[in-house]
Unconditional design. Structure first.
Length: 130
């Protein structure tokens, strides 16, 4: 069964379950949090709660560290990835706005066009002489 957007963002996993799902020790999650790689939700009592998105982030971190990237490198890669995603979304919004502006301009041009009656040009103009 597929998780909906709100289900994916809902923080429901305690640290031990999140660690098990990601295949790491709970202390590793605390280290990731201290390094700014992860920001789990907190209960009123201050206990960490992890969402499906947090688990996916943990798996990305694990993939990178297993490939030999140190935690500072992971932090930078994640920040750059987030920036690229933000810029792609901004680019798509800008492209959509440009398409809409072009469509409005074309619509305005069609409205402003005035039919011209065909008239017979003097013979000298038709021959390319003024």
């Amino acid at each position: 069964m597929s998780a909906t957007g709100s289900d994916r963002a809902r923080a429901v996993y305690v640290i031990s379950v999140a660690a098990e799902l990601a295949g790491v020790h709970p202390q590793t999650l605390r280290i990731y949090e201290r390094r700014g790689l992860l920001d789990p939700a907190r209960t009123v009592a201050g206990n960490r709660r992890y969402s499906e998105e947090d688990i996916a982030q943990l798996r990305r971190i694990q993939h990178l560290t297993n490939a030999g990237v140190n935690l500072e490198g992971v932090r930078r890669i994640l920040a750059l990835t987030e920036e690229v995603e933000r810029l792609r979304a901004e680019l798509e919004r800008t492209r959509a706005e440009a398409r809409e502006a072009v469509a409005r301009a074309h619509k305005q041009y069609r409205r402003d066009l005035v039919p011209v009656q065909k008239t017979q040009l003097p013979a000298r103009w038709r021959q390319g002489r003024p």
